[in-house]
Structures are given as C-alpha cells and as structure tokens.
Design a binder for this molecule. Structure first.
Ligand code: GLA
Length: 387
C-alpha cells in the first residue's frame, strides 16, 4: 500500500504543484450473505476488502473541483454550483453525484484538487462505484471537518448512485464501504440501518474472491425487473397480511401458508428473499460461535437459492461455484454482488489457498474458455484517512 500512496502523492504534486492535505481510501466490498435483500428492507452481511479507491486532495480558494484519475489518465473539471453529468469521463460522475448530494443535504463545500487511484476491479461486482463515492465523501469530510454520521454518508452515496448515476441499487455497498471494520463482517438491517460487527478471524480461513471475467451484461434491466417482481409480491401479500410493507415483513410460516396463491415467478423471488433473510439472521449466532463449517453451508445455500429461485446466476457463475466447491481447502462458494456475471466468493482453508487458486484457475478456464482473476482478500476498515 505505501508505494501506491507515495505514487499518488507524487502524481498529485506533479499535477497541482503542492502536496495534498490528506489522503483517504474508500474500499470495495464482497457480500458473504444477503443476496438482493437490501432493497427488500432486509438483512445483509458484507465485508469491506483490501481493494480500494485512494484519493489525495487539497482545498482550493474557488468553487472549482479538478479531479484526476490515475487509472484513466484524464482530468475532469466542474464548478460546485453547476454539477452536470460528464458523458466522456463517466468515472467522474460518482464524484460529481456525491458532491451534489452532500450539498443538497445542507453541507457547504469548497472547491478542491483531487487525484484518485483505484484497484477495485471494475465491473466485477466488488463495487468500485461505492468505493469512489465513499472515498469522495471521506475526503471532503476530512478537508472541511463537517459532521456527518456514517449512515448518512452512505445514504448520500446511494442517492448519488440512484439519482445522478442512474442505477437503482440498495444501500449495502455504500454502507459497508463507509462502516466496514478490519477483521469483521458487518451485519446491516437495511430498514432501520442498525448495524453490528462480528469478528471474522481470517488467519485460518481466507476470503477468496473469484472474478469470472464475464462482465455483468443485463444487470441493470434484470436488477430492476427483480425489484418489481418483489414489489408485486409485497402488493399481493399485503392483501392477506395488511402489515406487510416489504418482503422483510413476511416470516417463513406466513409465506408457506400463502405461497400457493402467488404466480410462479413471484413465489420464487419471494421465497429466495424470505429464506435469505433467515440465513443472515441465523448467521449472527453461527459467526459468534466461530462455526465456519456451518457458515459456509449457509453461503452454499445462498448461491443455490440465487441460482434456482432468484435466477441471478449465469453459466459462468455456476461453473465457478462448482469448480470452487471441489477445489482443495474450499469450504463453500456463492455468487457475490448483483449476479449475472462478476465474481463469486469462497472461504478457503489458509494452508490450501495456493492450491485452491491453481486448481480453480485451470479448471474454470477449461470449462468456460475464460481466464479468471482470483483475489485473496482481507476484511478492512471502511472509508478513512490513510495518510
Ligand atoms: C448490487 C447492489 C446492492 C445489492 C446487490 C445484491 O451490488 O448495488 O445494493 O442489491 O447488488 O445483493
């Protein structure tokens, strides 16, 4: 990390002629449980990972923001009083949207010079977008010293994503990117935004993220379709159980009693969400007792439910999960993020990680003709000052 920080500082100096006042990071994430439950007011269990966007910045005397991406080797400039979308440097829209909604929430901003560098793989389902949003929020909070809770910062990032970038996602990615903690998983109640941390000792068991190299094709339209199918489920259930405002409000017994009246697709979507919520809730005790085998079993069940009921998997993700489950030292495999491509995540015994990577790389490529990328990840702190 320190050479990356040094490189960013040097680049900043070359670009702007001064040292940055601060350097912060916003991490990517991987969810261990809680697939498509966040926008159903449900429960999720992600970790922030050691792949992140780092941002160096200094305030300016005017209201201009000049932001350079070291990855794209381009600069995007805008004035804080007229923030529009940049259709060329689309990466800058995450910065623009974040600042727009910080101001809309009443925060007074000033112009700044910024240099960014990210190593969250883009389009792989590790949420490089939340990483850049939370790095931006944390950078301005550090430079200006304003008060804002972690939850409010995450909600501001979600607004940027939904209303500026135009992707209708839930709260999970920004929340974990802001509030994650080293060596912990974060349990989030996506309705109340209550959260708690559970220790995740990765000395004996490693988190391995396996990028299928299949880019997430239909993700936007299919994501919206899943949301509307869930809303349809809520509408139907509310006729029988008036207190139901979201799928989160339906317990398994009520679901089983009424499921015969649901259209088949709606039944499958609701069944996934309701039982996935049950898995996340139950996982807290399992994590507390350190029972990795049981936790891993829940992760496998989560993938199978996404594949069969929520239908968010694809040929490549299923191939990856099958290969990973059979590889040396593997405890489990499940798709991560939105699905439809991107990555899966496995827990792997530490002593077998090298063999696991070798075997998965060869076997996956022979089944799909795609070269995967595998990342052994640690659970890290959320957005914070690093230099
Ligand atoms: C994407 C979205 C999240 C969440 C997941 C699925 O990552 O950004 O809000 O809905 O998909 O669990």
């Amino acid at each position: 990390m320190s050479t990356r920080i040094d490189d960013l500082r040097n680049e900043f100096k070359k670009l702007f002629g001064t040292n940055p006042d601060t350097i912060v990071k916003g991490p990517g994430r991987v969810d261990l449980l809680g697939h498509h439950t966040d926008y159903n007011d449900g429960f999720v269990l992600p970790v922030a990972v050691d792949r992140d966007v780092i941002a160096a910045g200094s305030l300016r005397d005017d209201n201009k923001v000049v932001v350079n991406s070291l990855n794209f080797r381009t600069t995007s400039e805008f004035a804080l009083d007229s923030i529009e979308r940049d259709e060329v440097n689309t990466w800058s829209n995450y910065v623009r949207g974040m600042l727009k909604f910080l101001m809309e929430s009443g925060i007074e901003l000033r112009g700044a010079n910024i240099a960014l560098h990210g190593n969250v793989p883009i389009g792989s389902g590790m949420s490089s977008s939340a990483a850049i949003e939370m790095a931006t929020g944390c950078l301005f909070q550090t430079l200006l010293g304003f008060e804002m809770s972690g939850s409010d910062m995450a909600l501001t990032g979600q607004k940027a994503e939904n209303k500026f970038v135009g992707v209708n996602t839930g709260i999970m990615d920004q929340f974990i990117s802001r509030l994650g903690k080293k060596d912990h998983v974060l349990y989030i109640d996506c309705r109340t935004l209550d959260y708690s941390l559970f220790p995740l000792d990765t000395s004996a068991v490693k988190i391995v993220v396996c990028d299928t190299s299949k880019r997430r094709g239909l993700v936007d339209s299919e994501y919206d379709l899943r949301r509307s199918q869930c809303e349809e489920g809520v509408r139907l259930f509310a006729q029988w159980l008036p207190n139901v405002k979201a799928l989160r409000d339906i317990n398994p017994a009520d679901f089983e009693a009424h499921k015969g009246k649901l259209p088949d697709v709606v039944r499958k979507r609701a069944e996934h969400v309701i039982y996935e919520n049950e898995r996340v809730l139950a996982s807290r005790d399992v994590l507390t007792s350190g029972n990795f085998a049981k936790f891993a079993h829940m992760m496998d069940a989560s993938h199978n439910s996404a594949r069969d009921l929520y239908e968010t998997s694809c040929f490549e993700l299923d191939a990856m999960a099958e290969v990973c489950r059979k590889a040396p030292g593997s405890l489990c495999a499940r798709l991560a993020g939105a699905g439809f491509g991107g990555c899966s995540v496995s827990l792997v015994k530490a002593e077998s990680v090298e063999r696991f990577i070798e075997v998965v790389s060869v076997e996956y490529e022979s089944r799909t003709n795609l070269k995967p990328s595998l990342y052994v990840c640690t659970a890290e702190d959320g957005a914070s000052v690093i230099a």
